[in-house]
Design a protein around this ligand. Sequence first.
Ligand SMILES: NC(=O)c1ccc[n+]([C@@H]2O[C@H](COP(=O)([O-])OP(=O)(O)OC[C@H]3O[C@@H](n4cnc5c(N)ncnc54)[C@H](OP(=O)(O)O)[C@@H]3O)[C@@H](O)[C@H]2O)c1
Ligand SMILES: *[C@@H]1O[C@H](CO)[C@@H](O)[C@H](O)[C@H]1NC(C)=O
Ligand SMILES: *[C@@H]1O[C@H](CO)[C@@H](O)[C@H](O)[C@H]1NC(C)=O
Ligand SMILES: *[C@@H]1O[C@H](CO)[C@@H](O)[C@H](O)[C@H]1NC(C)=O
Length: 343
Amino acid sequence: MPPATSHLLSAIVLTSTILPSALGSQVAVKEWTFKGLDIPSIGLGLWNSKDKDATRAVEYAFDAGYSHVDSAAAYGNEDFVGKALQSSDTPSRHKYWVTSKLWNTDHRPGRVAPALKKTLADLSIPYLDLYLMHWPVAFLPDTEPGRTIVDQDTDIVMTWRAMEDLVRANLTRYIGVSNFSPRQLDTILKDCHICPYAHEFETHPYLQQQEFVDWHGEHGIKVIAYSPLANMNPTYKSKYPKLDPIVEDPFWKDMASRKNVTAAQAVLGWGIQRGTVVIPKSVHEKYIFENLASVNVTFSKAEMGEIAAQDKRSRFNNPSKDWGVELFEGLDDGYNRFFVEEL
Ligand SMILES: NC(=O)c1ccc[n+]([C@@H]2O[C@H](COP(=O)([O-])OP(=O)(O)OC[C@H]3O[C@@H](n4cnc5c(N)ncnc54)[C@H](OP(=O)(O)O)[C@@H]3O)[C@@H](O)[C@H]2O)c1
Ligand SMILES: *[C@@H]1O[C@H](CO)[C@@H](O)[C@H](O)[C@H]1NC(C)=O
Ligand SMILES: *[C@@H]1O[C@H](CO)[C@@H](O)[C@H](O)[C@H]1NC(C)=O
Ligand SMILES: *[C@@H]1O[C@H](CO)[C@@H](O)[C@H](O)[C@H]1NC(C)=O
């Protein structure tokens, strides 16, 4: 269970979720000259996959039948991912989808194209399908390792402008955002010429954000659900220590056994059925195969209702304090100016 304070917070946030306004604004993405894939509903996550494990994970994924990988410069493994993409066993480039992300130190307009070119060189591919602004936060480049300083002079629109040029230069088919608040998304939507194809953010049964997810659907922006297995990522262990790993949650164990699938498959299947793209990470062949089969899991309307009632409004990935910035304003378990930490 989440701590009592988050219950209180949830009860209030429930009636006050802020949605982007951007009504009437055109959410159009550029038509690339070649019509390729739309984003596949499941992809392989690559955060925390180290060195050869990352190469092998991508190989297992192609063997299993995935056609989508979720990469980022910040994961420090794009050269190892590239080793798998180069392999002669890998399908030809237009048959699979690659997402990567611009890191916070490369938000200055002059750094954006070089950052993408480094990613492409590491991945050994000529173009991306989707390039995301990893966070709505710019860091000063060239600080000492481990030290981050927020760059107050570079705003998200300046960075977005430079990302639009990457589509014009045929270096990526689409661009998008990640970890944006409704207000930040509005800022982009009011000003974009080439608009976001997708928004990647944390969402899973313990942080459902259904209204925010629905808002994207109504505006033609795909939602990529990161950490789709909720608290299975070991990095998140200390955030809500009383919450069991979701695959051991009695609700999900029961739901899974009703359908003769694993709890992980049930959780991911729900993510797909609600219209989000799920990107589970694993370095184990068994899990990588297991997770793909979630595409065949379906829930009745009544079951979808039961799952909705399981929302815990618990966010696991929030570097607000470490970075000294206000993130996820107006969203569940995010920054809200009306609340202090220990209510
Ligand atoms: N845009 C962003 O800011 C952002 C932030 C976070 C994540 N992401 C992306 O989203 C991806 C997925 O999120 P995530 O890595 O945080 O967490 P996740 O995919 O929800 O969970 C990953 C963890 O679950 C384990 N696992 C995977 N399949 C399993 C199964 N069938 N049964 C039991 N355990 C299983 C993995 O173990 P093993 O690896 O040991 O097999 C790993 O420890 C990331 O890899 C990354 O690509 C993006
Ligand atoms: C992008 O690709 C299209 C189609 O191949 C081509 O017409 C255009 O000149 C390319 N643009 C650049 C900047 O290379
Ligand atoms: C349950 O799933 C297993 C593994 O996929 C399969 O071998 C078995 O036949 C299934 N049982 C039923 C009753 O569907
Ligand atoms: C999903 O079900 C279809 C039809 O039974 C089957 O052909 C396919 O292999 C299944 N996909 C996965 C990934 O298990």
